[in-house]
Design a protein around this ligand. Structure first.
Ligand SMILES: [Zn+2]
Length: 266
């Protein structure tokens, strides 16, 4: 059963269909435009959004879009939160236009001195204010002083807050194994722990971690090259039972090696 899990990778956005073919992957994730900029999404694919959607369908490739890293929905800083909401809406719309199965966004954080309650409430407001036409997958993060989705209790609080918002049925969860480990959450129980809070895991970002448990560092490693126990990494993927995106270093050859490593252990 587990061998049927769909495994793909984060790839360059210019030609995601060719990237999928080079990896024999049934799914790929990519950015739409600059992951570090406030400029709106761009479709780099030759032929544009409609062509990408049609070509992905014809090739049988599922597309996932990762939102820019700079989006911080939770922050109390208006000058970041307001453009973040705008960017989130723009990326949801752009991702929908290419037929993406989901848009992945980090949980964000409030400032060190802020009450985290404000962050939870900002998430609720954002969900209410956003038109969510494809699944919006909130991802756990590795670090941050006052992060929304590093530790389990906070993930639970975000979920409690958004559950009352209209549109929350379109909000799902993306579990990143590197972030969970480096963020200080036991991989032995994280799948059940997260499910108990969110009711769902829609996507797994499978990454080994260059850094130690609870280090707070977000540095991905190829499988077997980091500090996560091999069997534990495979067990998380198996137990989550969701499509897998490897955000590991390298290109098609390294990713194919990571897929094989993982499949051997599932
Ligand atoms: Zn990730």
């Amino acid at each position: 059963m587990s061998s049927s899990l769909a495994i793909g990778a984060h790839v360059d956005q210019t030609d995601p269909i060719a990237e999928a073919a080079a990896r024999r992957a049934p799914l790929v994730q990519f950015f739409l435009g600059d992951p570090q900029g406030y400029k709106g999404p761009e479709i780099a694919y030759e032929g544009g959004a409609d062509k990408l959607r049609a070509d992905a369908e014809a090739a049988g490739v599922d597309l996932y879009v990762h939102a820019p890293y700079i989006i911080n929905i939770a922050t109390t800083n208006n000058r970041i939160r307001i453009p973040s909401r705008k960017l989130l809406q723009q990326h949801l719309d752009a991702a929908a236009s290419i037929g993406a199965k989901g848009l992945i966004v980090h949980g964000g954080h409030v400032n060190k001195a802020d009450d985290p309650e404000k962050g939870f409430d900002n998430w609720r407001k954002a969900i209410e204010a956003t038109e969510i036409s494809i699944p919006l997958l909130i991802e756990n993060t590795a670090g941050g002083e006052n992060a929304m989705t590093r530790y389990l209790d906070r993930i639970g609080r975000v979920w409690d807050a958004i559950s009352s918002a209209e549109g929350s049925d379109m909000v799902g969860f993306c579990l990143d194994t590197c972030h969970a480990h480096a963020g200080g959450n036991a991989l032995e129980t994280v799948v059940n722990d997260v499910r108990a809070l969110t009711g769902r895991i829609d996507l797994v970002h499978c990454n080994d971690s260059r850094d130690a448990f609870d280090s707070g560092a977000d540095r991905h490693a190829n499988f077997g090259a980091g500090q996560i126990d091999a069997d534990l990494l495979a067990a998380v993927v198996r137990d989550a039972g969701a499509p897998v995106v490897c955000e590991t270093p390298g290109g098609a050859a390294e990713h194919a090696a990571d897929f094989a490593w993982l499949r051997e252990r599932l």
